[in-house]
Design a protein around this ligand. Structure first.
Ligand code: NAD
Length: 358
């Protein structure tokens, strides 16, 4: 009997409660097909946890995550909790998990399913075949740097944020990028603003130093303004994009839109002993409870879990292939539907994917 993988499951709020159970059906089907032992346990986080326990990340939920091999998360938040103070909002659960699990690297694959090329606002010939991995540093940079705040000076206000990176922070994310690139097309483009920012000058120098350990991988550097342009002009030039927290936040959303729908994109946050997998979208309160949510981003996140946490690339490919086939057969949830295609709900889309797996 092989290892049993323990997975903490946090459906969260809104459509999270619909898509996560569907993704678990896929997880169990792939696990049983590949003789992988899985043990899942779920707990509340976000708004649901606020309603039940008065806090977005109860200690029991955090401990469940810390004692697991991986975390699968849906989404948190919704209008019901919007009036609350920032310190106790549902979104704090995400920040708490990232911090406590030391998830310094966010991996967002941007891959176009050819059947969906027409759902993008860009021309088919520009996007067909794109397969990019955006690697965003997640726990440093301007979102965390000090000093920060709003001060009153000389009769006006001054807003301050500080972009800070240390050698070790840059080294670990650069290593992650080179390791990931080794499993892909062996090409890393490091994105910075080294022509203006000292923190970027250091970033570029340290990334180049780390690259000496990865001579089999090609490294290029690009300024962030040029990268934002190149992503639209000729996205196929990119394999792995490595960048800072804020640049990655912006560029990964831009890159995501190359593929057409937010409901298609998975993510992995890694770095510590336990990685976290979640769709990039939120809790979509406008469609929650109506069987309209696209479950594919969460299902592909399960695929990333197999690949990155359990090193089971074959199980990940099975999921990718099943999704590709269902899309090629013309089935679409409302977010990716257009005239002439077969409209499905959340559950039916998952049934179809399961049929392809089994
Ligand atoms: P959202 O991503 O929830 O929704 C944006 C739009 O995309 C909506 O029209 C929604 O219906 C659609 N959409 C999102 N996911 C979809 C899916 N799987 N299938 C079909 N359509 C989908 O962003 P928002 O509306 O700005 O935020 C709603 C709530 O989610 C807020 O409380 C926000 O703070 C929270 N949020 C959470 C996360 C997270 O948990 N990681 C991320 C972003 C936003």
């Amino acid at each position: 009997m092989g290892k049993t993988y323990k997975i903490a499951v946090f459906p969260g709020d809104g459509i999270g409660k619909e898509i996560v159970p569907q993704a678990l059906r896929v997880l169990n089907a792939v696990a049983s097909k590949h003789n992988i032992n899985i043990k899942t346990a779920d707990a509340l986080i976000g708004g649901s946890a606020i309603d039940e326990f008065g806090m977005p990340l109860p200690e029991d939920s955090l401990n469940l995550a810390l004692n697991s091999d991986a975390v699968l998360l849906g989404a948190v938040g919704g209008p019901k909790w919007e009036g609350l103070d920032y310190s106790v909002r549902p979104e704090r659960a995400l920040l708490g998990l990232r911090e406590k699990l030391r998830l310094y690297g966010n991996l967002r694959p941007v891959k176009l399913f050819s059947a969906l090329a027409d759902a993008s606002s860009l021309k088919r010939e520009v996007i067909d075949g794109i397969d990019i991995m955006v690697i965003r540093e997640l726990t440093g940079g301007i979102y965390f740097g000090k000093p920060r705040g709003i001060e009153k000076t000389d009769g006006q206000e001054k807003g301050i944020n500080t972009e800070v990176y240390t050698t070790s922070e840059i080294e670990r994310i650069a290593r992650l990028a080179f390791e990931v690139a080794r499993g892909r097309r062996k090409n890393v483009c490091s994105v910075d603003k080294a022509n203006v920012l000292e923190s970027s000058e250091l970033w570029r120098r340290i990334v180049s130093n780390v690259h000496k350990e990865y001579k089999d991988v090609e490294l290029t550097h690009m300024y962030v303004d040029n990268c934002s342009m190149q992503l639209i002009r000729y996205p196929k030039q990119f394999d792995v994009i490595l960048t800072t927290n804020m640049f990655g936040d912006i560029l990964s959303d831009e890159a995501a839109m190359l593929t057409g729908s937010i409901g298609m994109l998975p993510s992995a946050s890694i770095g510590g002993d336990v990685a976290m997998y979640e769709p990039i979208h939120g809790s979509a309160p406008d469609i929650a409870g109506q069987d309209k949510a696209n479950p594919i981003a969460t299902i592909l996140s399960v695929g990333m879990m197999f690949k990155y946490s359990f090193k089971l690339d074959g199980a990940c490919s099975v999921i990718d292939t099943a999704v590709t086939r269902v899309l090629e057969k013309g089935y679409r949830t409302p977010d990716i539907w257009s005239a002439g295609q077969k409209l499905t709900g959340t559950r039916e889309m998952t049934d179809l994917i399961l049929n392809e797996i089994e």
